[in-house]
Design a binder for this molecule. Structure first.
Ligand code: MF3
Ligand code: CO
Length: 255
């Protein structure tokens, strides 16, 4: 069942979404050569505490890996998602850094991710980031009553493939609300075996393309969390929490 939210619930999700935006925006400004990924974690944690929000990721339980220990996922270069902050992981010129975080505020979740360059990066890495961000924007455009889920999935997939990149299949977007992960799953590809529900007013989706420069394959490192590309090539990730309204898509995680 896909839970639909009323106006006052959407307002609360908006508050959670804006906090996530503010955190990611602050972290974006901190990303630089020589910064450790743990510094980003500590800032995110501090901002959540100051806002009276609960981190969505810390303590989140996965069947395979147990509890995630941080408020932030930081995935660098060939890391796709769920990279863990570390004092030993120092950013360097040419890196691309995906920052993914979520909060729970007044009972509702917000979830968003951005990928940021450290100094000058290769043209290919820049194009990967651009195409991933564009694929998210094209998908958001489809988040309207009367469309179907596959319109969103297909918009991402088409743009990525047309640009010669590939879409990760093992990780998908999701409905979001009083739970971080609600129905439906929102894959970044069309799989005709899945259901293709019609989109309705009040549905809220976390749309999150994860795009590989090379092959789509991924594996999870021995830390049980960090997903990396099989071929070692770069991966980028952008995510927004998007409400479907009569007036069209309402991106809750940006002003
Ligand atoms: N944005 C990701 C998701 O929606 C991040 C989850 S990290 C976890 O699944 F630690 F909470 F698992
Ligand atoms: Co998400």
């Amino acid at each position: 069942m896909i839970v639909r939210k009323n106006q006052s619930e959407l307002e609360r999700m908006r508050a959670a979404g804006l906090l996530v935006y503010q955190i990611l925006n602050t972290l974006r400004g901190m990303v630089a050569e020589g910064v450790s990924t743990l510094e980003l974690e500590l800032m995110a944690e501090k901002m959540m505490a100051e806002a009276g929000a609960k981190p969505a990721f810390k303590g989140y339980s996965s069947a395979n890996a147990g509890k995630y220990p941080y408020v932030l996922c930081v995935s660098v270069n060939d890391e796709i998602v769920h990279g863990m902050p570390s004092q030993k992981k120092i950013l360097k010129k040419g890196d691309i850094v995906s920052l993914d975080t979520g909060v729970q505020l007044n009972g509702y979740y917000g979830d968003s991710a951005i990928t940021v360059a450290v100094g000058e990066i290769s043209q290919e890495a820049q194009r990967l980031m651009d195409v991933t961000r564009e694929s998210l924007e094209l998908a958001i455009e489809k988040a309207r009553p009367g469309n179907r889920l596959f319109d969103i999935c297909g918009a991402v997939e088409r743009h990525v493939l047309a640009n010669g990149f590939s879409v990760v299949r093992e990780f998908v977007g999701h409905g979001i609300g009083t739970q971080m992960h609600e129905e439906p799953q929102v894959p970044n590809y069309v799989d005709r075996r899945n259901e293709n529900p019609r989109l309705k007013e009040g549905m809220v989706l976390a749309i999150e393309p994860m795009v590989n420069a090379g092959a789509p394959g991924s594996r999870v490192r021995s830390d049980k969390w960090t997903a990396v590309t099989e071929d070692g090539k770069y991966s980028a990730h952008f995510e927004h929490t998007v409400a479907i309204t009569a007036n069209g898509p309402w991106v809750l995680t940006r002003p």
